[in-house]
Design a protein around this ligand. Structure first.
Ligand code: NAD
Length: 261
């Protein structure tokens, strides 16, 4: 538990399922009020709100597309109008699909870049303006991926978006450090969420992913949420502009594990 988080307000984009849902739940356990953004899964978001309220938490579900300014404004408005302020903004929403790059349509490229990178920009911009106009030392957490560092054939648009998040994260952390606004990224590896459900349901694909994870298991969304809570709290007060890898060692070149090379 991080006592300084109690009573503060968080916005979590893409919070109806997966990693975002685990972050929303964890921040609620930390006694924060949480705006849970959803895009299509209204039921998932509303059920989470009900569950958190039963446990004494404060939460609200808000439909919004993070790739639009109106969507982002609706999330900020919900935080301020429902809970009176906004202290922590989590840019978690993301999507991926696979295509050979020579066959990748401009439409798919734009869709992935719009959610994964433009959505992060728009969310961060709204959060920064709120923090600056309220003279607030707020906190922004951007969901990146191991693919901000590891190339991923047939996911060039996804890798490009996460590489973009990495340098965007570092740049704005530097730009606003003097204001006391901390901005960090989390770079998960293979986590058990709906984005991977099909892949991990196939034993051969699960095995091939496990071979890339030195710790030899698929991560839990709660293991990512624990890092988000720490980054949001004052326990990480001297940490800004970094990407924290939550990947069971996936980014450590596992093929060299036995001393090969
Ligand atoms: P998920 O598919 O379970 O959740 C993604 C969420 O983003 C969903 O709630 C979806 O509705 C939302 N979303 C998509 N487009 C949106 C839009 N336009 N506006 C608002 N919300 C939108 O996936 P997840 O695994 O929980 O992924 C969460 C984040 O973590 C993503 O940024 C993803 O790239 C990143 N990530 C996941 C993994 C993994 O292994 N699961 C690994 C690395 C990075």
């Amino acid at each position: 538990m991080y006592k300084d988080l109690a009573g503060k307000v968080a916005v979590v984009t893409g919070g109806s399922k997966g990693i975002g849902n685990a972050i929303a739940r964890r921040l609620s356990e930390e006694k924060m009020s949480v705006v849970i953004n959803y895009h299509s899964d209204r039921q998932g978001a509303e059920n989470t709100v009900k569950e958190l309220e039963k446990l004494g938490g404060k939460a609200v579900a808000v439909k919004a597309n993070v790739g639009t300014e109106e969507g982002i404004q609706a999330l900020l408005d919900a935080a301020v109008n429902t809970f009176g302020d906004m202290d922590v903004w989590v840019n978690n929403a993301g999507m991926e699909n696979s295509s050979s790059t020579h066959e990748l349509s401009l439409e798919d490229w734009n869709k992935v870049l719009n959610v994964n990178l433009t959505g992060v920009f728009l969310g961060a911009k709204a959060a920064l303006n709120h923090f600056l106009s309220h003279d607030k030392k707020g906190n922004i957490i951007n969901m990146s991926s191991v693919h901000e560092r590891i190339p991923w054939p047939t996911f060039a648009h996804y890798a490009a978006s996460k590489g973009g998040v990495k340098l965007f994260n570092e740049t704005i952390a530097l730009e606003y450090a003097k204001r006391g606004i901390r901005i960090n990224a989390i770079a998960p590896g293979a986590i058990n969420t709906p984005i991977n459900a099909e892949k991990f349901a196939d034993p051969a694909q699960l095995e091939s992913t496990l071979n890339l994870v030195p710790m030899n298991y698929i991560g839990k969304p709660e293991e990512v949420a624990a890092v988000a809570a720490w980054l949001a709290s004052n326990e990480s007060s001297y940490v800004t502009g970094t990407s924290i890898f939550v990947d069971g060692g996936m980014s450590l070149y596992p093929e060299f594990a036995e001393g090969k090379g």
